[in-house]
Structures are given as C-alpha cells and as structure tokens.
Design a protein around this ligand. Structure first.
Ligand SMILES: Nc1ncnc2c1ncn2[C@@H]1O[C@H](COP(=O)(O)OP(=O)(O)OP(=O)(O)O)[C@@H](O)[C@H]1O
Ligand SMILES: [Mg+2]
Length: 462
C-alpha cells in the first residue's frame, strides 16, 4: 500500500483518532482507580485503628501483642503501640525501613488532643500510609496505636490495570489495521480498476471499455461518470468516423464525374458540339456541388465548435422574406412553380443576424423548390401571441412519417440519388436547425407523402 494512498490515509486517521481517545481515557481511568484504592485503604486503616484503640485499656497488657499480631497479619499492615512520650512499647509485623520515627512531636501533640492522624509519606523510595489513633482510657490519653500500610498492594493492582489498558489498546490497534485492510480491499480495489480503465481509455483510445462496479455511493457515482464519459467518447468516435466516411463518399462521387467527363472532353469522345457542352455543364455542376459541400462543411464545423458569432440587429422580417423570395423566383419559374408570399399588413420585427436568417430562409425555400414538381410554394410570416411564426409550405413530394425524425441529421437524405441529382448534400436542414436554435427558436416539420411539406419556425417575440 502506498503511503499517499487514500486507504493508508484513512487507516492512519482511524489509528490516530483511536490513540488520542485511548491515551487520555486510560490516564483518567488509572487516576480514578488510584484515588479510589487510596481512599479505600485509608478508610479501612482508620476503622481498624479506631477499633484497636478502643480495645486497649492498658498499654502494658500482654494480650496486646497477640491482638496486634492477628490484626497485622490479617490486613498485611505493620503496627506499633506508642506511649505518651512517643516511645515504641510494642510492634508487630515490623519491617526495617518503614519509618525513622513513628510519630513526630507535633503529631504527638495532636494525638494528645484526641485527633486522628492520617499521613501519606515516602520512605527510601516507597510510598506508605500512616494512621495514628489516640488510646483513650478513663484516665485520659495513654498513648497511641499507629498502623502502616505500604502502597505496594495498590500499585500491584494498578500495574494489572495498566497492563489491561495496554492490551485493550493493542487489540484496538490490531482491529484498526484489520479494518484498514478490509476498507482498502473494499474501497481501493474499485478505485484501482477505475484508474486502469481511465488510463486505457485515454492512452489506447479504447472507448468500448466500461467499469464493472455498481454501488449507491460516491465511488458508484464515479464509476457511472467514467462509463458515461466513455459512452460519450464512443458515440463521438462513431459519429466522427461516419462523418469522415460520408465526406469521402460525398467528394468521391462528384470527383469521379468531373474526372470522367474531363477525360471524355480531352479525348473528344462526344458526337456533337451540343454533347460536348453537355459534358462541360456536368463538370461545372459537379464542381458547384463540391464547392457547396465545402461551404456547408465549413458552416457546420463552425457552428459545432461554437465559432459563429451572431450579428444581431432589428430586422423587418416582411422585407427580408420579400427580398429573399425575389432571388428564388428564377429557379422556381424554371420548374413552373409559383412562389407566394403571405405576410401581414404590419411590419414584423425580429432580433436576428441578417445573413444567417437569410441563409435559413434560402435553405428552406430551396428545399421546397427542389422537392416540388408542381403546384406552389408559400413563404408565410405570422404574428402569434408570444412568438413569430415563419413557414415554408409546399405542394411537393412530401416525406414519409418515419423519415421525419432523421431529417436534421448530417447527410441524411430521404432519396439519396434524387437529392444528389438536385445538388443536395444532406447538410442543409442540420445547419438550419443549429442556426434556428442559436436564435433561440425551434423548428418543426409536418409532411404528407405526395401532398406536400410544411416547415415551421418559431422565434421569440422581442
Ligand atoms: N420540402 C421538402 N420536401 C420533401 N423532402 C424534403 C424537403 N425538404 C427536405 N427534404 C428531404 O430531407 C432531406 C434533407 O434535407 P437537407 O436540406 O438537409 O439536405 P439536401 O436538401 O438533400 O441537401 P442540401 O445540403 O443541399 O440542403 C432531403 O434530402 C430530402 O430528402
Ligand atoms: Mg436542402
């Protein structure tokens, strides 16, 4: 496990938290137990000394020795009986090095006044507790009984407790390490897989890879996000490949014509001057087709990269439609089609880029002319409650219902050969849709096969 891995950091944090909780907690518990033990011993010694002091009437009585011995062996203490002057009359269970002098003068004085003396002291490096009780007889205070207890017993039990606390802490640390290893498996493994997948997607461009991890948490969301990213990249790649193969195909067909007919003209493979002109016209038309394709592609890529800036101004839509229709008159007349303009009496203003709006209308009217054999084409501008409606209505070949959803896709043509013969590339509606949306408008196509098509644009009213 790396030192800078998330799992290691998590494990270290858990350990650190455990230690900062365990150390003060252990210290507090020890202090509590220590105080409790000292208090307990103190109370016991006081009670014992009181009892004993009550039983002694005569300091010199021989049974004192036995009584005191019994008491000290039972309670593992040392005891002494002192006379009024502080001299030791009797002692039991006496070890050397307990004390220099059993009682000092001020303490003797206190005892004479009937007070109990409780004192903790350190002698030769060991801690002791001393309790002295006055021996009161009807004739007054005769002397005192002094009990000594070493802290050795207390510290023994404290050592046990310290040992238990350390053992518990070690247990907690082992648990924390186990927990960290478990978490590292649980958290680390999917993260490592995701890292691998992400690297492979980035370095080997293998966009079909997916992360196989499902969970309802942040790591699960991350896996989902990576899968979403690779899906998008995969779609993008397929789209791009299709796009290039489409362009290649679109360029190849006209180029084959240009090359073939140029060759025919060069080798004088025509029968008459008219036929030669016909060949040259084909070359001209196909060159136009390539040029149109290039223009459309340039537009398309600019739009998709968001590189087109709209030069928005107040436009008189009636006027724009009129001007645009005039330019298409010639093409329509060639096919014997009537062009009709349906605009209201009042001026309709719209905020738009003049050239782009013209491009939108031209594309739609051109389509209508291209895909209509007889009848008429109407360009309608109308005011609606909160939007401006622009419609191009034709009485042409129409489009099958199932084709309508695909019309805005790049290179989509319902009848490829027919569209091509008319010079179409299949990019027109895709560009129109983008441009309309850039003007915050929307586009809708309604069509009936062999009856005609209506393309409606809706723009927000200013
Ligand atoms: N008014 C219409 N009537 C019938 N079919 C239409 C009409 N407008 C578009 N279409 C169908 O939709 C297809 C896509 O139209 P689009 O304008 O995108 O491409 P195009 O006209 O073929 O080529 P270009 O890029 O030159 O406009 C056309 O090929 C045609 O089949
Ligand atoms: Mg078109």
């Amino acid at each position: 496990m790396k030192l800078n891995s998330v799992v290691f950091k998590l494990g270290a944090t858990i350990l650190f938290l455990q230690l900062i909780i365990l150390i003060p907690l252990g210290y507090i518990i020890l202090q509590l137990i220590l105080n409790y033990s000292i208090n307990q011993t103190e109370t016991q010694l006081i009670q014992l000394s009181e009892k004993y002091a009550e039983q002694v009437d005569d300091l010199k009585a021989p049974e004192n020795q036995q009584l005191l011995e019994q008491l000290t062996t039972m309670t593992d203490t040392s005891a002494a009986i002192l006379n009024q002057q502080g001299e030791m009359v009797l002692q039991t269970n006496w070890h050397d090095n307990i004390v220099d002098e059993a009682l000092e003068n001020p303490q003797l004085q206190q005892l004479k006044e009937g007070e109990t003396i409780v004192e903790g002291y350190n002698f030769n490096g060991s801690n002791y507790l001393k309790v002295a009780q006055p021996i009161a007889t009807p004739d007054g205070i005769q002397g005192s009984v002094v009990l000594f207890s070493s802290f050795g017993l207390i510290s023994n039990s404290i050592h046990n407790i310290i040992f238990l606390v350390i053992l518990a802490s070690l247990g907690a640390v082992v648990l924390a390490i186990g927990f960290t290893i478990f978490i590292s498996k649980k958290l680390g493994a999917p993260l490592v897989t995701m890292e691998k997948v992400a690297k492979e997607i980035a370095e080997q461009k293998n966009f079909s890879l997916r992360v196989d991890y499902k969970a309802n948490d942040e790591i699960g969301s991350l896996a989902q996000a990576i899968n979403h990213l690779s899906e998008t990249l995969e779609r993008y790649q397929t789209n791009r490949n299709e796009f290039f193969s489409n362009i290649t195909h679109e360029l190849k067909t006209p180029l084959t014509y240009v090359k073939g007919y140029a060759n025919a003209v060069r080798h004088e493979m025509y029968q008459s001057k008219e036929e030669r002109d016909e060949f040259l016209e084909i070359i001209e038309n196909e060159s136009d087709h390539i040029s149109n394709l290039m223009d459309d592609l340039t537009d398309m890529s600019k739009i998709e990269e968001g590189k087109i800036d709209l030069n928005v101004e107040e436009l008189d839509m009636n006027h724009l439609a009129e001007e645009m229709l005039k330019r298409s008159q010639f093409r329509a007349a060639e096919k014997g089609l009537q062009l009709h303009l349906d605009i209201p009496d009042h001026t309709i203003w719209i905020k738009a880029d003049r050239n782009r709006m013209d491009q939108i209308l031209t594309n739609l009217v051109e389509n209508a002319v291209r895909y209509t054999e007889k009848g008429r084409i109407t360009l309608r501008i109308a005011n609606q409650s909160d939007q401006v409606l622009v419609q191009v209505i034709d009485t042409g070949i129409g489009i099958k219902q199932e084709d309508v959803p695909y019309l805005f896709e790049r290179f989509y043509r319902v009848d490829k050969s027919r569209s091509r013969a008319n010079g179409g590339t299949g990019l027109g509606l895709a560009i129109v849709k983008h441009l309309v949306e850039m003007h915050e408008g929307s586009i809708e196509i309604n069509s009936e096969l062999n009856k005609g098509t209506t393309v409606s644009l809706y723009f927000p009213k200013q």
